[in-house]
Design a protein around this ligand. Structure first.
Ligand SMILES: [Zn+2]
Length: 263
């Protein structure tokens, strides 16, 4: 394993620098405001990422035959935990979440809206001020973000392939972002809107990390699981997996990859 230490100027997936929940078209122009310089130790080798290929998207984790396979029902039951998207598992071809507005120009899968609102409402009732700075994203949008991220590493002298590998730790490749599902949200503190590791110290993140499971969410990229998720620590990215899966993932302190491949 070759380890390189680089000085990394961190542009977040989505700029969270806007003081309000701004549409993506506006956040682009403000992205330079949230640039963070961080020393990052990176391993060149590929992380161990579980693809969980045995689990078909939207198929129940119980192993039962889905409705689409049996042909008796028009739609399979929705199991958000079974929709795995990670660095080695793209969103299924043609997958289109049924989107609803969640305000401020953002959209999410309609099946997560109530849970998200309940979590944010309770967080605010507890005295905090969480802001959703990124939610559903198209593949085209992700392509732009990934290209921008790659260029940053190329400016450090890496060739394109290497630069893309580094970039992928921070910004998913197009087709491989959980934000395509409409079930993932970047949530920050209104008083600290940078997407960097210090986000974990905000009272909003402390509340969310402790309580998100009660609403069916998990912190998707924990600090101690980067080898499994293939993504760097993101103390702002929450993913809806449903109450049951979230409770089990919390109790066992595992990732979605581990949850889907456990015996
Ligand atoms: Zn995210």
């Amino acid at each position: 394993m070759t380890t390189k230490i680089i000085e990394y100027t961190y542009y977040p997936e989505e700029s969270a620098s806007a003081t309000t929940l701004a549409p993506e078209t506006q956040t682009d122009s403000q992205s330079t405001a949230s640039v963070e310089t961080t020393t990052v130790t990176e391993a060149i080798s590929q992380p161990v990422v579980t693809s969980a290929e045995t689990h078909l998207p939207l198929e129940s984790d119980s192993g039962s035959v889905s409705a689409s396979e049996s042909g008796s029902e028009p739609e399979p039951a929705f199991d958000p935990a079974a929709l795995l998207v990670n660095p080695v598992t793209a969103i299924p071809d043609g997958y289109k979440p049924d989107l609803v507005s969640i305000g401020n120009g953002q959209q999410a899968d309609h099946r997560v809206k109530d849970a998200l609102e309940a979590m944010l409402t309770d967080c605010r009732k507890a005295g905090y001020n969480p802001v959703v700075c990124s939610s559903y994203r198209t593949i085209e949008r992700q392509r732009t973000l990934f290209e921008n991220e790659t260029k940053i590493f190329m400016e450090y002298g890496y060739d394109r392939l290497e630069a893309e590998e580094f970039a992928a730790k921070w910004t998913a490749r197009p087709g491989y972002s959980e934000h395509h599902t409409g079930l993932a949200f970047d949530i920050v503190s209104a008083s600290y809107q940078k997407l960097d590791y210090s986000q974990e110290n905000t009272p909003e993140q402390k509340w969310l990390m402790k309580n998100c499971y009660n609403y069916g969410f998990i912190l998707r990229y924990p600090d101690d699981k980067t080898e499994i998720t293939g993504r760097n620590y993101e103390p702002w990215h929450y993913r809806y997996v449903g109450l049951e899966a979230a409770a089990e993932i919390a109790e066992k302190q595992i990732t979605l990859e581990e949850y889907l491949t456990q015996e």
